[in-house]
Design a protein around this ligand. Structure first.
Ligand code: ZN
Length: 328
């Protein structure tokens, strides 16, 4: 159920049934004063059972427990509303807190998806199966906002907040400089690649992500505690791999557009995906949503670099290569 990673620092694996992510790593720091739980799992029964089992094994009293949430995704904070007590502080970042307060932006998502060629027949099913909608927390939450460089102390651990936008606009990691431990959320994962997606026009998440990877590369890190799958040590090497992965994706999109102009849904359907499925048509709708969001994030990056152009055709945004810009 729970596993001791370092002195008084534990991992509880929270299952994410039917998700390719498989499980979330929730980290618990036990102390005689207040405990800290980092990330929680979905607002869903199996997650709650695993969390309760882990906490009771560790003897954690929720009345003496605070929370740190790395980012606004339901697998990281959906369960929060079932765990907080009157005394709990919930540490969070402002950009993601603002999006949470705005609610699940159903109409905005639908509008942006249509603009990018998402078929009407699959749109409602995709939104209804979206974990951010299905497994979100069920009450208003009050956050204690942390910014870059702020510190929080639990037991012998003094964590410094590191803003790492990209996976979400406010994604925040924690760095313990004395132990050289890095709590990575979904910024850096070892066994899978963090999903970088875009569902609005106001950001360039892949550019943000590259910058955040470079920023973390400068830290002296010995142990990475990621939000999913295995704990690992080779942080700088993994950062380079992740950067190469996204460069390859950008190259792949350029070669897809070399064959003709396309909207983002079409681009996503022609990209290669690590999912056991014979064809794009057989993709689960929820995964088509993430794939299209990822294609949009990469297209936006290329557009900002001047490599591709967009124009509206039949109320859809179509991307084409700018022949004068072969290099990005
Ligand atoms: Zn996430």
């Amino acid at each position: 159920m729970s596993e001791e990673i370092l002195a008084n620092l534990y991992r509880i694996e929270i299952p994410l049934p039917r998700s390719p992510l498989k499980a979330l790593n929730s980290y618990v720091i036990k102390d005689t004063e207040r405990n800290l739980i980092i990330d929680t799992g979905w607002n869903q029964e199996e997650c709650m059972e695993a969390m309760q089992a882990g906490l009771s094994e560790l003897g954690v009293d929720l009345r003496r427990t605070d929370f740190f949430i790395t980012h606004l995704h339901a697998d990281h904070f959906g369960l929060l509303s079932n765990l907080v007590t009157d005394t709990s502080k919930i540490y969070f970042n402002e950009p993601d807190a603002g999006r949470f307060r705005a609610g699940f932006r159903w109409d905005d998502f639908a509008h942006f998806a249509r603009l990018n060629g998402y078929p009407e027949s699959e749109l409602q099913a995709s939104l209804q199966s979206h974990p951010g909608f299905k497994f979100r927390p069920n009450s208003d939450l009050v956050f204690s906002i942390l910014k870059e460089g702020a510190t929080i102390r639990f037991g012998d651990y003094v964590f410094k907040c590191i803003e790492t936008p990209g996976h979400t606009s406010g994604h925040m990691c924690l760095y313990e400089p004395n132990r050289k431990v890095f709590v990575a959320g979904d910024h850096i994962l070892n066994d899978i690649t963090p999903n970088i997606q875009l569902w609005s026009d106001d950001r360039n998440p892949l550019e943000e992500y590259f910058d955040s990877l470079d920023k973390v590369s400068e830290l002296d890190i010995e142990l990475v505690l990621p939000g999913h799958r295995s704990i690992f040590r080779n942080c700088r090497e993994r950062i380079q791999e992740l950067k190469r992965h996204h460069q390859k994706r950008l190259d792949e999109i350029i070669s897809i557009l070399e064959k003709g102009d396309k909207h983002a849904f079409q681009v996503a359907s022609e990209m290669s995906w690590d999912i056991l499925c014979d064809s794009w048509d057989l993709f689960p709708v929820s995964q088509k949503w993430f794939a299209t969001g990822e294609a949009i994030a990469h297209l936006k990056y290329l557009k900002e670099k001047g490599v591709i152009r967009t124009e509206m055709r039949e109320r859809r945004r179509v991307f084409s290569l700018d022949k004068n810009h072969a290099i990005y």
